[in-house]
Design a binder for this molecule. Structure first.
Ligand SMILES: Cc1cc2nc3c(=O)[nH]c(=O)nc-3n(C[C@H](O)[C@H](O)[C@H](O)COP(=O)(O)OP(=O)(O)OC[C@H]3O[C@@H](n4cnc5c(N)ncnc54)[C@H](O)[C@@H]3O)c2cc1C
Length: 371
């Protein structure tokens, strides 16, 4: 029996792989997605959905380019529901980064100068300003805040459904529960072996987050990656009262309210690893200790669920995206900021594949820098 042949096979059906497939199909090209698990099994289905341009890893090392990708991602997210006809629960909620002590403030002042120089709209607020805008925040608990009104939220599941529905409308395919085990180079493209069959493709895009290097290394391209684990919790729904997402970078604290009214947040990192079943009571206690002084109104909130996700971290905190070889591409290493960039990266990588020219915005993230 002949192997099914596709112009492009995208391996990994997280938001990133789906965005590449969607953008290829929008350009009239063919794409077939092979997802090894269920949709939303990876970090896309486990994230907090905060869309931010003020990327904390965009300080030094030329990482400023991350801000350009994030800004473009934010711009595209704003229009994504109307573009796709699926509600992604996008909300321009803004984001407030708080300092609770002098050390926090010193770091955030440096970030402030840097973000302003990159053209971001961050403004500094006193505790009194913060309390008068958002009275549920206790001005005694913070010494300053840095606010951006253009940052936003979206529901990651909504983003995935928007891509899948539209890929299907354009007669593309997304195969679930079909894990790829092997990629081989052939005389006219690639042979892809998955659990349910073998395929041929002219182009292969590997979008498997922390598992990407398992496949690219088979062809000689190692992408070093640390699987950083992060816990998230969600509460019962409460009256929608929340203004901006609130963050404190020194403790990796982040809290927001979903469109259904649930309070969702995270704090700290776990030990690196692949175990997604483990969740800890330490996390729950640290989160409560951080949030209650800032928002005493949440003192008696009932938490209904807690989970763990993996953030794919490269040694320089930048993604690895672009061409590895003729017809072979990768997009991974988006750590804990990837949902913001998904619509931008999908578009830029699809342009790179169709034109044969690496898009200038992707050049700083050349995946061959690790080879
Ligand atoms: C707890 C947490 C909170 C986060 N919060 C935010 C946030 O607030 N804002 C933000 O912008 N970003 C956030 N992120 C980061 C964001 O979730 C990711 O950067 C983004 O979703 C990455 O998407 P992806 O498609 O690259 O990866 P994934 O969603 O992990 O998709 C990769 C897919 O590849 C599949 N796969 C793996 N191996 C194979 C194989 N061999 N064959 C076929 N399929 C395979 C996996 O099953 C998976 O579905 C967070 C991440 C975590 C973990």
């Amino acid at each position: 029996m002949r192997m099914p042949k596709y112009e492009t096979i995208v391996i990994g059906g997280g938001a990133m792989g789906l965005s590449v497939a969607y953008n290829l199909m929008k350009r009239g090209r063919e794409a077939h997605v092979l997802e090894g698990d269920y949709l939303n099994a990876g970090s896309t289905g486990r994230n907090v959905g905060v869309l931010k341009a003020r990327n904390p890893y965009a300080i030094g090392n030329g990482n400023e380019d991350l801000v350009k990708l994030a800004k473009e991602g934010l711009r595209l997210h704003a229009n994504f529901s109307s573009e796709t006809g699926i509600n992604t629960f996008y909300r321009k909620s803004g984001c407030l980064i708080v300092a609770k002590d002098e050390e926090d403030l010193k770091t955030l002042n440096e970030h402030h100068k840097h973000f302003r120089s990159l053209g971001l709209d961050e403004v500094q607020l006193t505790p009194e300003d913060i309390h008068s805008r958002w009275p549920y925040m206790d001005p005694e608990s913070i010494i300053s805040g840095f606010y951006s009104r253009s940052e936003a939220n979206a529901h990651p599941f909504g983003v995935v459904w928007a891509y899948v529905e539209n890929i299907r409308k354009m007669k593309g395919t997304v195969e679930k529960q079909n894990k790829v085990t092997k990629i081989e180079k052939t005389s006219n493209g690639y042979k892809v072996t998955a659990e349910k069959g073998e395929y041929e493709a002219e182009n292969v895009v590997v979008a498997c987050a922390e598992r990407s290097s398992d496949l690219t290394e088979q062809l000689g391209y190692k992408i070093p990656m640390t699987p950083m684990r992060k816990e998230v919790l969600i509460s019962e729904p409460v009256r929608p009262f929340f203004g901006p997402t609130v963050e404190r970078p020194s403790t990796h604290f982040q809290v927001t309210q979903t469109m259904r009214g649930e309070i969702m947040g995270t704090i700290d990192w776990m030990e690196p690893g692949y175990d997604l079943v483990e969740t800890t009571s330490k996390f729950l206690n640290s989160f409560a200790d951080e949030i209650v002084p800032i928002m005493p109104v949440l003192r008696n909130l009932n938490i209904i669920r807690q989970w763990t996700g993996i953030c794919d971290r490269t040694p320089d905190d930048k993604p690895a995206v672009g061409r590895l070889d003729e017809g072979l591409y990768v997009t991974c290493g988006y750590y804990d900021y990837g949902i913001t960039m998904v619509p931008a990266v999908g578009r830029l990588l699809a342009e790179t594949i169709t034109s044969g020219e690496t898009s200038p915005m992707l050049r700083p993230f050349d995946p061959l820098r690790f080879s």
